[in-house]
Ligand binder design. Sequence first.
Ligand code: GRF
Length: 206
Amino acid sequence: MTARLGVLLSGRGSNFLALQRAIERGELPAEIVLVAADRKAPGLEAAAALGLPTVLCSRRGRTRAAQEADLLGALENAHVDWICLAGYLRILSPSFVDRYPNRIVNIHPSLLPAFPGLDAQAQAWDYGVAVTGCTVHLVDHQLDHGPIVGQHAVAVGEASSLGALRARILEEEHQLYASSLRRLLVEDWRIDGRRLIFSKESGDSA
Ligand code: GRF
């Protein structure tokens, strides 16, 4: 079955585009049915240029509740099954998250639980870690916290500068987001405490 994805973003949207390319290559049994942003964002323009449905739900001069109500309305009208956060810079309220339990996915540019929050790449660089990377996780009520779907490691030593490290991590992000989402869509899985456990692929008889 083709999953209906809603993508939320605030910025350039390279992760959104990586998901769209994976769909076009036939690697993800999904369709992006809405791209939403909380501000004018290059990613939203890129989505419109591809002919995808877009919506701008600005927070300007409005309460979080009002902005989220608009966003939820748009996602519901689009009959979204899954929400992919792709550089969305607002924290979703618990009541929003509860509308899509274990159906909101985020990508974060560090190996969580290390370096949650903003500019995780700079946090890792400044801390002097030897290894960092990126994480795809389900979204729960806490920031950058829900069960982990997948992680890719990046050796910091490969990068000559913070900019180079960001670029290396981003390369991994693009692969990890598509492959992790694919697993969520095609494999059987369950949550046990904090752990997301994949079992056999749906349809496998072994
Ligand atoms: C990525 O680094 C992602 O991990 C983080 O925000 C950034 C978004 O980049 N959550 P892009 O807009 O997808 O290029």
